[in-house]
Structures are given as structure tokens and as C-alpha cells.
Design a protein around this ligand. Sequence first.
Ligand code: FES
Ligand SMILES: [Fe+2]
Length: 394
Amino acid sequence: MEKTEQIAQIKTLMARLDSDINVDAGGFRYNPTSVYVDPELAEKESKTFFQGHPQLVGLSGDLPTSNSFLTINDLKTPILATRDSDGNFRAFVNSCSHRGVVLEEEERGETRRFTCQFHRWTYSNEGALVGIPKSEHFGDLDTNCFGLIELPSEERHGLLWVHPDPEGVINLEEQLGKDLDAELGSWNLGELQHLTQDTYAVDCNWKLAMDTFGETYHFSALHSESLNLQFHGNVQCYDTYGRNHRMLLCKRDIDGMRNQPEAEWDITTAALPVYWLFPNVQLMPGAGILFLVRAYPDKENPGKHVSQIHFYVRPDLVADHEIKEMVKMASQNFAEIIRDEDYLVSASQQRSAESGAIKHSIFGRNEPALHHYHNTYRKMLDMELLPLVEASDT
Ligand code: FES
Ligand SMILES: [Fe+2]
């Protein structure tokens, strides 16, 4: 984030603290709870957002060396991402060309060759079919035509993007917009290494999991003994970038910055930036660290989802073993707050939605991210937009 932008945003946060005026969406929106339970909608979302939309599959640090690989099993298409011997990022359908067995089962590792367990066909990490046992028996096959199916992929600003459709197109400048694309570049995400991860399967729709990241109104209530000790809840900055947005959550450390010269101000002291990269990513960078949360719908049940939570850090910050263990523990604590506090209420919201007893939830004036997110996906699915209403009884 540019220094001038950091200073402007910090001043806005301070002014909002002083005036007790938060961001304002201008009214309410009523969100039908059916969007969390409707199997037809879930099917459309799966096709449009998870099969027909570029996916953030990790950071450059997830493929730290030449010949490293990563598999992704959260989408319908099984994906094998590799860094080939020349260091290029590539992605393939993780299925053998012979009879479709999933080729690599390990989540991450290092290899130049992938060998299928069924009949031992072998592929290079560039996707070429390089070995067929007993090929004289199998028959004369043009191996050039039976490599792995390559998927569109792009490594940009330390982020790894893959389109799960081989015919799909990745256009990050269009998807993120110029300003957000440039801002993501300013965080030097390419220098981070992968440190820890957690996977949470939760009985709630994937959008309910995402919704918990959409406001800080709940900090002083739900997180009264945890995040509320570090953050001023219900105070934030909010900006949209096409279908994405950025929230700046106000840290209590901002209080100590008022007497410091502006030149020394740093946004990571004053706030936690939360970038919501449509459709399912929460990217939270700090000084040399990053939390990445991705929510994936269950393939069968709209009332279930899986959250992948990963933590990355600049290697020099954890060069010392003891510090590394402490940072690991702190990052796990943060992930557990999401699991034990946020996702607990998400599952509780799901139960109410499934009962049919509550027809709508309400997005308040101080929850603009929820207004924007829900209308963004509705627009992409050609659904009627949720109207803004000014009085609670309309
Ligand atoms: S299915 Fe992979 S080698 Fe036969
Ligand atoms: Fe929360």
C-alpha cells in the first residue's frame, strides 16, 4: 500500500474513533436465508464461481523450489500445480491420461516425475507423458497427445492462480482491477514461506463462513475475550474494487500512534487489512506475514463447507527455532478463534436457515462488505439485487 494511502487511511480510522462514526452502507438490505440452503443455487455457484472462475490456489511460497508440487482437492477438478525444473509455475488436471486415476495423492512435495499407481504411466512436471511400461504390448501411441491436461495458470505478485477449466481465461487486471492488482503487488507476498495450515469442515454454507469476515460489529460481543483485546470493533475503512473489496480493521495499537510523526506511521500497526478476493478468499497481510482463508462449498450439501486456513511468514522473521514455534502457535490461535468463535455462530445461522423459520437476515449500515458481496454474486448469477432500504420496517 502506498505511503500516502496508508496515512490517509490511518487518519480516517482516527477520525472515526474520535467521532464514533463508522462506515455507512446507507441503509439495510434483507438477505433471504434460502441462499444458504438452496441446492439449485449451490449448483449454479459451483459452476460459475468454482469451475468457471480463476481460483487462488496458494502463494509462490507453496512451491518454494524447482520441482516442488502442490495438489488441490477442494474443487471438483483435482489440480496438480508444479514448479518445473526451470522454475515455471504450471497447473494440470491431476488425472492420468490412461484411465483417469488421480496421479499425485500427496498434498505437497518435490519431484521431477509423477508415476500413476495403476499401470505406472509416468509424466514430467511439465505435463509430458514420458513413460508407458510395456508400450509394445499396450500399442503404438503418440505420447505427445497424451500428456496431462494443462490448466490456465498465472503467478503474479506472489499469488498462484489457476483456472479449473482448461478452456478458461485468467485476466487478473480485469478480475482485480488495476488499483487492487497494484496494491497486492506492494505487499511483497512472493517472499513469504508457508508456515502452518488448518482445515476446518463446518456445518454451514460457504457464504456464511465468508460473511463472518464482512464486519467488525461483532468484535466486542462474540470476540470479547479474544480479538476485541487487540481491535477497536465497529470501526473500519472500506473500499470496493469491482467484485472484490478491502476492509481495514482498526487495531488498538493505533492509539499509540497519535503522537508519532506521520512519516513513521505504518498501516500494519494501525490496522489489519482484509482483502476479499471474489469469490472465496480472505487475504490478510501484515508486516512480513499473511493469513489466507479460503472457503469451499461441499460438493453435495449446501449446508456444509470446508475452510482452508494457511499462514505464511517472511523466512528471516522465523530464522530462530524458538521464535518460529511461537509464531506457529500464535497463528494457530488465530485460526482457532475463527473455528471456535466465528464458525460456531455460522453453523448456528445455518441451523436457523435450514429450519425455514427465519426468512431473512439483515445487513446493517455498518456492514457494507456484506451488502457488496451478496449483491456481487447475485449480479454474476443474474439474480435480482437486494435493494437498499432506509427504514427497518420496509
Ligand atoms: S490409469 Fe494411470 S497408468 Fe493406467
Ligand atoms: Fe469474527
